[in-house]
Design a protein. Structure first.
Length: 307
């Protein structure tokens, strides 16, 4: 540049200068670089605890997906659900669940009142594998076993015909007396608590036991009938706090009482013999026999002078 103005360059000089500038720029890799601390830059993405939490959520979703797959396979294998519906059961709008094939179950807990039944012209077969079949609703339980069928309930029970709604058997003592169902002639129980046991006017009431029978009443025991007979193989024991009243003709069969032959001596053997005596008012007492033709005259008899 001179005092007269800038010096004009020729075309060749301008081309050489432009080529040198481009060459310098192409070889300078630090052009426009400004050093900055990376810790002060804004970081994007999930880092630190958020990243760990995201990994845990992904693992949990994977586990749930595997469990869901296993449940789906079990439902498909057991219930056999296919494109046409369920192969072993039917669901109806009325809430009825019908099993169309043999089903293996353990314990069934109904959510509300339940009814178990079969088809009209087919038998309902329920089988327990070496276990009793138990139907339980609250405190009422029906147990079916190999040797017995038992029904226990704390609130009572009744059986009725579902078609006619007639009560066949009930334990409601406040409404009516206890009656056996029609056709049932005997009732086998181990223990019964009731106010009265009776039969109709034309039938006998027979109470039979294999071992021993105990009849106990909180307000006394009253046995009434046209003819009352006791048949037993062992001893009969009557206990009372105050007195025992036998109202009627009391007969004792002497053929079954032990007796000695006329030739036996009273003192022979280990037998101790007693004579049964009765007062005029019906009081019974015993007197030990010490001699032949001995009467009931003893000094300490409970009858006094009249006996």
């Amino acid at each position: 540049q001179s005092s007269n103005g800038p010096v004009k360059k020729s075309m060749r000089e301008k081309a050489v200068e432009r080529r040198n500038v481009n060459k310098e720029h192409n070889s300078n890799f630090k052009a426009g670089y400004i050093p900055i601390d990376e810790d002060r830059l804004h970081k994007t993405g999930l880092r630190g605890r958020k990243g760990n939490l995201a990994i845990c959520v992904i693992i949990l979703l994977f586990i749930l997906a595997v469990i869901n797959l296993i449940i789906t396979l079990v439902i498909w294998a057991v219930i056999r659900i296919g494109p046409n519906g369920c192969d072993s059961m039917e669901f109806h709008e009325s809430g009825l669940l019908r099993f169309k094939q043999v089903s293996d179950m353990g314990v069934i807990h109904p959510l509300y009142k339940s009814t178990v039944g079969g088809r009209r012209n087919e038998n309902l077969v329920i089988t327990g594998n070496n276990q009793p079949i138990v139907f339980q609703q609250g405190t009422t339980k029906l147990s079916v076993e190999n040797n017995k069928t038992s029904i226990t309930s704390d609130v009572g029970m009744q059986f009725f015909d579902p078609r006619t709604q007639n009560i066949l058997f009930s334990t409601d003592y406040e409404t009516h007396e206890f009656h056996l169902p029609s056709g049932v002639k005997s009732l086998n129980v181990q223990k019964a608590s009731t106010e009265r046991i009776t039969s109709n006017a034309t039938s006998d009431l027979n109470i039979k036991v294999d071992g021993h029978a105990i009849v106990r009443g909180n307000e006394g025991v009253f046995i009434m009938g046209k003819t009352i007979e006791f048949h037993m193989g062992g001893n009969m024991e009557l206990k009372a706090e105050n007195s025992i009243i036998l109202n009627g003709s009391v007969m004792v069969s002497t053929t079954r009482l032990p007796s000695s032959s006329s030739g036996d001596q009273l003192g022979s053997g280990d037998w101790v013999r007693y004579k049964l005596c009765m007062c005029a008012d019906g009081t019974l007492f015993k007197v030990q026999v010490t001699s032949q033709n001995m009467g009931c005259q003893i000094s300490d008899n409970p009858c006094g002078n009249t006996h």
